[in-house]
Write a protein that binds this ligand. Structure first.
Ligand SMILES: C[S@@+](CC[C@H](N)C(=O)[O-])C[C@H]1O[C@@H](n2cnc3c(N)ncnc32)[C@H](O)[C@@H]1O
Length: 286
């Protein structure tokens, strides 16, 4: 029997990160989604326009859903906004969400129009079979082999695997930006499954500006707020701060290196990442 996916520290902090991102994004920037924006030259790259770029991402993605699809499994459905758009268009959509906070939000939004399985995709047990399994920026969080094998299980014969997500290029050395499966590994693995490539669109250029926005927020919001906090503690509790700095020096060093020493711009993203839309068809198996 397969073991249930364990909630590791990394998974817990990632879920919390998505939860906090969803709360802050909605409150400060009126964001409904949890994915990147799709920036075409007609909108200025500005945090205030991120919601417009995210809507474009949804339109772009949905425009690639193939004809004939009626039932969709939205894996990692986040706040449920994409599922809602698909439901409004007449598709039947179920979701998968391992995060109780996001699942609650999606359930409130979708009501009884959709069933959301609260579990990791790796652990999903269901009798349903779908015309399409959709991963919108959720593929990167799931072990690839398990994601593909589960998708093979939940797709009807002739159904579609739809992935829109960021991948890593084969780059020597350590990059500041982590995340995303290796593209070369993905190509190796997908060949072992009965999936035939129907469409592939590279949207690295249109998604790279999100990193410029991210850098801007780090430089102009996060760094000054952290500096102010440190100054406050230095004036009130200098000895405690000195101790904490020493005790967590490795962690502080890591965070500093990861977020505050550059290497995260749109140009860096284009060098080491590749944002791809993949549409595969499951071939009938004899
Ligand atoms: C970046 S968000 C994208 C949400 C949504 N698809 C969207 O485009 O707005 C990633 C989503 O993947 C989900 N996720 C992470 N690990 C997962 C797993 N192992 N199985 C299923 N979903 C997962 C998260 O809970 C979250 O909803």
């Amino acid at each position: 029997m397969k073991k249930k996916k364990k909630k590791t520290k990394k998974v817990i902090s990632r879920e919390l990160g998505l939860e906090v991102g969803s709360i802050c994004g909605r409150y400060f920037l009126k964001l409904q989604h949890l994915h990147y924006g799709y920036w075409t030259g007609d909108i200025e790259v500005d945090a205030a326009n991120l919601h417009l770029a995210q809507d474009k991402y949804v339109k772009f993605t949905i425009s690639h859903v193939p004809d004939g699809v009626k039932t969709i499994l939205d894996v990692g459905c986040g706040t449920g906004e994409i599922a809602e758009t698909l439901l409004d268009m007449g598709y039947q959509v179920d979701g998968v969400s391992p995060c109780p906070f996001l699942k609650k939000r999606a359930s409130e939004l979708l009501g009884d129009r959709s069933h959301i399985f609260e579990c990791f995709y790796e652990d999903l047990q269901a009798a349903n079979r779908y015309d399409m399994v959709l991963f919108c920026e959720s593929f990167q969080y799931i072990d690839m082999e398990q994601a593909l094998s589960k998708t093979n299980e939940f797709l009807k014969s002739g159904g579609y695997l739809f992935i829109c997500d960021v991948f890593r290029k084969d780059i020597e050395g350590k990059m500041a930006m982590s995340g995303g499966h290796k593209l070369s590994k993905f190509y190796e693995l997908i060949d072992k499954f009965p999936f035939r490539l129907i469409e592939n669109v590279d949207i690295t250029e249109e998604t790279a500006p999100n990193m410029d926005l991210f850098c801007d927020v780090l430089e102009n919001v996060v760094q000054p707020v952290v500096d102010a906090g440190v100054r406050f503690f230095e004036s009130r509790y200098p000895i405690a701060l000195k101790f904490l700095r020493w005790k967590y020096r490795k962690k502080i060093g890591k965070v500093h290196k990861k977020y505050l020493e550059g290497g995260r711009s749109g140009e860096d993203f284009k060098k080491c990442k590749s944002y791809q839309l993949f549409l595969y068809k499951k071939d009938a198996q004899e």
